[in-house]
Ligand binder design. Structure first.
Ligand SMILES: Cc1cc2nc3c(=O)[nH]c(=O)nc-3n(C[C@H](O)[C@H](O)[C@H](O)COP(=O)(O)OP(=O)(O)OC[C@H]3O[C@@H](n4cnc5c(N)ncnc54)[C@H](O)[C@@H]3O)c2cc1C
Length: 380
């Protein structure tokens, strides 16, 4: 049976980053992916910040960054806040391949078309069963997405609350703002979530929706109809959906000899549903800890718990963003309209990403409605 210090399951953003970081420590690392290629298997808007590429140490080359865009957030009455910070619309498959290439340079072995089936955790190691055979590992990193089989194998039944999403890739569009990613809020548009238009250019866009307690497809089709001037002649060339874990991180993603990361652990930023950057960061932290711990021969839950220290800034962001989500999801359309009038672009960025939310809370403290609803929730 082949032995590895670390086996990473799943080659999404979390997994490729974990494999790279583990390989960088000198650990003998195997990355397995059930799909036939390292590619973005799951539907994704592929919108991310410039910092994501810096975190991943990937250069913003034209084959990876397909479009650069500012953001516009629309309130239910279609008043909007423009956020001038430029983000990237990436080719996620190429981006993941680039990180996988870095991992390979650190000596990581990559197996595509190999599915993780099961594992048995022993005192000092883990026996991993895949569709191709059995391996022994010091530590297993579960980066196998929302329905993680690695999580099931270690008896983790807790799952971050999901929001169902559907996304179309539409061609032959007449996109009015090809340099903007647009978010649309409101209980008529997307109850408990938001709809989005993320353009690659004037003709091609990712158009999607996340909604709670409603049929996502019905709402998405209504949204597409509403934008008939831009989408009326367009055709759908990709129609997929997947749950996004927006309920915050699960309580204990670290076990003896196992770390769960990315969607498997609920590391998405709750208010935005963005998970690429936070998954990459989780992968880098988990891979480093697992690689070092495995080579030391000390792979207990306590030792692997160093992951929490390394990932702490992100854990705090996820917690803060969840607090804000819990208030925003209960706001009526008129309250959302009001909020859009009060908040600046920086306020929205801070609230959505779980950054300086106390500053925004203080700004809202004198407002009769938000003082009670938002400020109390944020400051307690
Ligand atoms: C519709 C939609 C739009 C989104 N848009 C954005 C966006 O614009 N920006 C953003 O930042 N985030 C977005 N997200 C969230 C983001 O896509 C995820 O949070 C992120 O991809 C999670 O990364 P991950 O590596 O944890 O999991 P995943 O990306 O799900 O990767 C898991 C990998 O594990 C593999 N795998 C699963 N089971 C096994 C197994 N048994 N054996 C081997 N391999 C296995 C899968 O094939 C897959 O490659 C969106 C999500 C959805 C659903």
């Amino acid at each position: 049976m082949e032995k590895y210090d670390v086996i990473v399951v799943g080659a999404g953003p979390a997994g490729v980053a974990a494999a790279k970081a583990s390989g960088k420590t000198g650990a003998k690392t195997l990355l397995i992916e059930k799909a036939p290629a390292i590619m973005a298997n799951k539907p994704c808007g592929q919108a991310t910040s410039q910092e994501t590429l810096k975190t991943a140490e990937v250069k913003p080359e034209p084959d990876i960054v397909l479009n650069k865009a500012y953001a516009i957030v629309y309130a239910p009455n279609m008043n909007y806040v423009k956020i001038d910070r430029i983000g990237f619309l990436i080719d996620k498959s190429r981006f993941l391949q680039e990180i996988a290439a870095q991992a390979a340079e650190y000596g990581v072995e990559i197996h595509v078309r190999e599915e993780f089936i099961d594992m048995k955790i022993a005192d000092r190691s883990v026996v991993v069963k895949t569709s191709r055979g059995e391996y022994e590992a010091g530590v297993v990193i579960g980066a196998d997405g929302y329905n993680s089989r690695v999580a099931k194998c270690v008896g983790v039944i807790e799952k971050s609350e999901p929001i169902p999403t559907i996304q179309y890739i539409m061609v032959n569009c007449r996109i009015k703002y090809p340099d903007a990613v647009r978010f649309f809020l409101g209980n008529n548009v997307a109850p408990g979530g938001y709809a989005w238009i993320f353009p690659k250019n004037e003709k091609i866009a990712e158009v999607g929706i996340g909604v709670r307690v409603a049929s996502a497809k019905e709402y998405l089709d209504a949204f597409v109809k509403r934008f008939s001037d831009e989408l009326g002649k367009a055709q759908i060339i990709d129609y997929r959906g997947a749950p996004v874990p927006i309920g915050g991180m699960i309580k204990d993603p670290v076990r003896d000899r196992v770390i769960l990361i990315g969607d498997a652990a609920g590391t998405v930023i709750p208010l935005t549903g963005a998970g690429i950057h936070s998954s990459i960061a989780a992968g880098l932290a988990a891979g480093k800890v697992a690689g070092e711990a495995s080579q030391e021969g000390e792979t207990s839950r306590e030792r692997l718990g160093e992951f929490y220290e390394l990932y702490k800034p992100w854990i705090e962001r996820i917690d803060k963003s969840l607090k804000v989500l819990r208030v925003v999801e209960k706001l009526s359309d008129s309250e959302l309209n009001m909020l859009a009038e009060i908040l600046s672009d920086q306020d929205i960025l801070d609230l959505a990403n779980g950054l300086d939310i106390v500053r925004v809370a203080k700004k809202l403290a004198s407002h009769p409605i938000f003082a009670i609803k938002l400020v109390k929730a944020i400051l307690t």
